[in-house]
Design a binder for this molecule. Structure first.
Ligand code: PLP
Length: 358
C-alpha cells in the first residue's frame, strides 16, 4: 500500500529492509543497534555519520551546530524562547496555520510574543503579504512555519526580516529542496515526516546565538549543554537517530535534495493538476502561490462521497487519506519517501472515482 499519512509518515523501503536485517545484530557488534551503548564506539560512529550526512545533504555551514534531540518539534518550540530571548526581550511570530499557533502558544509562558502577521482571518488559505507584516524593533527573533502540515500552506521563498535571526519550523518540509541555511538563525524539525521515525528532532542553530543568555532554565533545556554534550547529555533516542541516519544515506544515494526537489515538484504538480482539472469535483482552497508540495488538502464537491472515497482508496492500496479533523475532507501527504508511483496511483484513482461517481 501507499501511505499518505501526514506523520508519522512512510519510511523508504530500502531503509526499513536494512534496519530489519540489522535489528538482531548490528555490524558484528554482538548486539542489536537498539542495545548498544550510546557511549560506545559503534554508536558514536553512527551518530557522527548521521550528522556528517545531514550536513552534506543540506549544505549546513560549519558555523551552525546540529543537534539530535528528544521532545519533538513542540518541545523545541518552547526551548527556542528559553534559549534565545533574553529576559524582557520580545519575539515576533508569523502565523500561517495550526503549527504557527502552536509555536506561539509554547512561548507565551516565557516571553512577550507579538503576532507580526496572521492568516487566520482568511482561514489560513494564504500567506499574508510580506509588506503587511508588522515586525517589531529589537525582538530576539522572528519565527515562522515553513510548511503548515494541516492547512497545506508553504512558504516558497525565505522571508527577508533584515538582521533579526529567523527561526523556522521545517518539521514537514526539511530536506524537500535545497535551502540556504545561512539565511536562518535556527531551523528545527521533528524527524517523522521527511527525515525518519518519530522520537528524534533535528535542531540546526547558528553558533553565535548560543552565546545569548536566554531565560533561566535547567541544563536539559539548554541548547549550549546539548552542543557541548554532542546531543548525548542524557540517553539519546539511539534507534530513532540510527534510522534517521539511514534515511540520510538513502537520500544522498538517490541524488540528494536537488533530486528530491524535482520529484516533489512533479508529485505535487500531478495532484494539483487532477484537482484543478476536475471541474470543481475536487477542490484545494489554498492560494496557488502558497500551495504546499508536501501536504495536499482537498475536498470533494459532495461531502457524502467522503466515506466511499476513503473506502475505495483503501481497497486500492491508498491509505491514510482522511483529512485532519480541523479541516475535514482529504489530505495527501507526499513527503520525500513517497514514490512517484504512489502519487500516480492516487491521481488515477481520483480521476477514476470522479468518472464513476461524478
Ligand atoms: N510543526 C509542524 C509543522 C508539524 O507538522 C508538527 C507535527 O505534525 C509539529 C510541529 C509538532 O511536532 P511534534 O509532534 O514532533 O512535537
Amino acid at each position: 500500500a501507499f501511505n499518505f499519512s501526514a506523520g508519522p509518515a512512510t519510511l523508504p523501503e530500502p531503509v526499513l529492509l536494512q534496519a530489519q536485517s540489522e535489528l538482531l545484530e548490528w555490524n558484528n557488534a554482538g548486539a542489536s543497534i537498539v542495545e548498544l551503548s550510546h557511549r560506545g564506539p559503534e554508536f558514536i560512529q553512527v551518530a557522527a555519520e548521521a550528522e556528517r550526512d545531514l550536513r552534506a545533504l543540506m549544505a549546513i555551514p560549519d558555523d551552525y551546530a546540529v543537534l539530535f534531540l528528544q521532545g519533538g518539534a513542540t518541545a523545541q518550540q518552547a526551548l527556542i524562547a528559553l534559549n534565545f530571548a533574553n529576559p524582557g526581550q520580545a519575539v515576533d511570530y508569523v502565523v500561517t496555520g495550526h503549527w504557527g499557533k502552536t509555536a506561539l502558544k509554547q512561548v507565551k509562558p516565557y516571553v512577550s510574543a507579538n503576532v507580526a502577521a496572521n492568516g487566520e482571518a482568511g482561514g489560513f488559505r494564504d500567506i499574508p503579504a510580506r509588506a503587511d507584516w508588522n515586525l517589531s524593533k529589537d525582538v530576539a527573533y522572528v519565527h515562522y512555519t515553513a510548511n503548515e502540515t494541516i492547512h497545506g500552506v508553504e512558504f516558497r521563498d525565505i522571508p527577508d526580516v533584515g538582521d533579526v535571526p529567523l527561526v523556522a519550523d521545517f518539521s514537514s518540509s526539511i530536506a524537500a529542496e535545497p535551502i540556504d541555511v545561512s539565511k536562518f538563525g535556527v531551523i528545527y524539525a521533528g524527524a517523522q515526516k521527511n527525515l525518519g521515525p518519530v522520537g528524534v528532532s533535528v535542531v540546526i542553530v547558528r553558533r553565535d546565538l548560543l552565546e545569548r543568555a536566554g531565560q533561566p532554565r535547567a541544563d536539559i533545556f539548554d541548547y549550549r549543554s546539548h552542543v557541548k554534550g554532542e546531543s548525548m547529555l542524557n540517553t539519546p533516542p539511539t534507534w530513532n537517530w540510527y534510522l534517521a541516519g539511514l534515511v540520510f544515506k538513502w537520500m544522498l544515494a538517490e541524488g540528494g535534495v536537488e533530486e528530491f526537489a524535482q520529484r516533489n515538484a512533479r508529485k505535487a504538480g500531478l495532484l494539483y493538476d487532477v484537482i484543478d482539472n476536475s471541474g470543481g469535483y475536487y477542490r484545494n482552497e489554498v492560494a496557488v502561490a502558497a500551495r504546499s508540495r508536501m501536504n495536499v488538502p482537498f475536498f470533494l464537491k459532495d461531502e457524502a462521497l467522503d466515506k466511499p472515497f476513503l473506502k475505495e482508496a483503501e481497497a486500492a492500496g491508498l491509505i491514510s487519506l482522511k483529512g485532519h479533523r480541523a479541516l475535514g475532507g482529504m489530505r495527501a501527504s507526499i513527503y520525500n519517501a513517497m514514490p512517484e508511483a504512489g502519487v500516480q496511483a492516487l491521481a488515477s484513482f481520483m480521476r477514476d472515482f470522479q468518472q464513476r461517481h461524478g
